[in-house]
Design a protein around this ligand. Structure first.
Ligand code: ATP
Length: 203
């Protein structure tokens, strides 16, 4: 088994890359999906938010009001810190369990497998030690803002607030083993992904 730590910045193109890797045969473990599941009613993260913010972040059907949570968490650095310190260990434990379950499969299956840990905050959380190598989907600040404006309907200020709450792309760039440039077309992006994949399967 080889484990790739795939990361990026918000709206840098990581999901596009992850989908392509899945189509090529990688097994994807998606940290956002894990987080999402833990934030469903009764989940460990759901409980933490309820304990901290109370009814105001819970909808009538008991689901988490994610917008209300985001307003609190992203508006205040100390809340963001609390959220990270609360959620990361819970997500990490799930992620490690999933890798363990995969490696417990039959020998040849597990040996051939390429597992991609799709983790937005791979470097911030220092989870790169869980992977054999790290890949960064890189793009410029201006493109991140433009994609957030069109994809998430954010205004410039909201987009910049989200981007600035993460480690800068330049710092991530200095930490990654491989950089996937996503400053051109989608086709160029996918070509880069295939190139890295081929290198991996030929090893
Ligand atoms: P997040 O972590 O914020 O969910 P992400 O890094 O997974 O984002 P994607 O969802 O893959 O990023 O891409 C962000 C948006 O930009 C999407 O709407 C996607 O279709 C678009 N996009 C990504 N790469 C390109 C590209 N090279 N050309 C045009 N659009 C792109």
């Amino acid at each position: 088994m080889r484990i790739i730590g795939l990361t990026g910045g918000i709206a840098s193109g990581k999901s596009t890359v992850s989908k392509e890797l899945q189509a090529l045969g990688a097994v994807i473990i998606d940290a956002d999906k894990i987080a999402w599941r833990l934030a469903e009613p009764g989940g460990a993260i759901w409980q933490e938010y309820y304990d901290r913010y109370g009814d105001v972040v819970i909808n009538d059907d008991n689901s988490l009001n994610r917008r209300a949570v985001a307003e609190r968490v992203f508006a205040d650095k100390s809340e963001l810190k609390w959220m990270n310190e609360m959620a990361h260990p819970l997500i990490r434990a799930e992620l490690v369990n999933k890798v363990k379950a995969l490696s417990a499969q039959e020998d040849d299956l597990a040996e051939e497998m390429i597992v991609v840990l799709d983790v937005p905050l791979l470097f911030e959380s220092k989870w790169q030690i869980l992977a054999n190598e790290t890949w960064l989907v890189y793009t410029t600040y201006d493109l991140q803002v433009a994609r957030l404006k069109s994809r998430n309907n954010m205004n410039r200020e909201e987009a910049e607030q989200r981007i600035d709450s993460q480690m800068s792309m330049e710092e991530k760039r200095s930490m990654a083993d491989f950089i996937i440039e996503n400053t051109g077309t989608r086709e160029e992006l996918l070509k880069d992904v295939h190139h890295l994949w081929n290198r991996l399967v030929k090893k």
